[in-house]
Design a protein around this ligand. Structure first.
Ligand code: SF4
Length: 299
């Protein structure tokens, strides 16, 4: 039986963050993450390691949803509520939400993602290519084993740009790394979003310079960092993290992005974060999709 890829949603939108803001893109949101980012919008303490010792597995909003029977009450992924705190793609990371996921073969995934593009192909008749964004959850978990087959599919031959939106903690599988080293058909962008203490993930598990270096060494690839920040403490941590990446030889653009997957929280942070970016000399990235589409899945 063909291996299947599990994902929560695929959608066509404009890239809202980072280097390619505004570019028409198809997003594939894979299921599962090694992190939980329970603390976003709450408090950086206690961190996840300390919470796990206390038996805490969810942020309070997700816990309340589960306790309230959301899994019985809601049938479709797109009907799940958007939450204020913690990981904004919570349903793509917690195993409890597996029932909302799609399990599809590579053939089916290709049909699905291409059906979302305006012309059923990656390169349009006007010459603009639609970017393919692997996001999550964490797209570089075990799904790597299916990516060679996915990218080599006959209908993917005109693909020109692939972005991995990654938390930058996952080792590249040898065969996938070898494949990326050899292929020169599409450009790979590593949109690296290491998690700071504001996420609740402990520094030692979140900041992995050697992992980033392995990504950055892939030929025909570009990398940037995109840090979610709320205040000056987080920007101090950006400086510290970037120094660690610099130490292993990584020197790539750094973006800071306001905390807030929902428009209410996001808009509270935009001006403050833009000013911090200006003062500290980092680049600012919006969450353009939140500005345009507000609080919604599939954007
Ligand atoms: S790394 Fe990203 S997908 Fe994973 S828990 Fe954190 S915010 Fe969610």
């Amino acid at each position: 039986m063909a291996s299947k890829l599990r994902y929560s949603e695929a959608f066509y939108s404009v890239q809202g963050e980072g280097r390619f803001v505004g570019v028409p893109s198809v997003f594939l949101r894979t299921f599962g993450c090694n992190f939980r980012c329970m603390n976003f919008g709450i408090d950086r303490h206690p961190n996840r390691a300390e919470k796990l010792k206390q038996g805490i597995k969810y942020n309070p909003e997700v816990k309340a949803l589960i306790d309230d029977g959301i899994l019985d009450k809601v049938d479709k992924f797109e009907d799940l509520p958007i939450i204020h705190t913690g990981c904004d793609t919570y349903a793509s990371i917690y195993p409890e939400f597996k029932k909302y996921m799609m399990d599809k073969t590579v053939d089916e995934v290709v049909d699905h993602v291409l059906s979302l593009t305006p012309e059923g192909r990656w390169t349009m008749s006007n010459g603009q290519d639609v970017h393919f964004i692997l996001t999550g959850g964490e797209p570089l978990l075990g799904w790597q084993r299916l990516y060679i087959e996915l990218f080599e599919h006959p209908r993917m031959k005109d693909l020109k740009n692939v972005t991995f939106e990654t938390n930058t903690t996952q080792v590249l599988h040898k065969d996938f790394e070898d494949y990326l080293r050899k292929q020169d058909r599409f450009e790979v962008t590593w949109s690296c979003s290491p998690k700071l203490s504001v996420s609740g993930e402990p520094w030692a598990t979140a900041i992995k310079p050697e992992i980033a270096l392995a990504y950055n060494r892939i030929p025909n690839s570009k990398m940037y960092f995109k840090f979610v920040v709320a205040d000056a403490t987080d920007v101090d941590e950006v400086t510290k993290a970037v120094a660690e990446y610099n130490k292993v030889g990584i020197d790539v653009p750094v973006y800071i992005m306001p905390l807030g997957g929902r428009s209410e929280e996001y808009k509270l942070n935009t001006k403050n974060v833009a000013e911090l970016a200006m003062a500290r000399g980092w680049r600012y990235t919006p969450r353009l999709h939140v500005d345009i589409f507000g609080n919604a899945w599939g954007t």
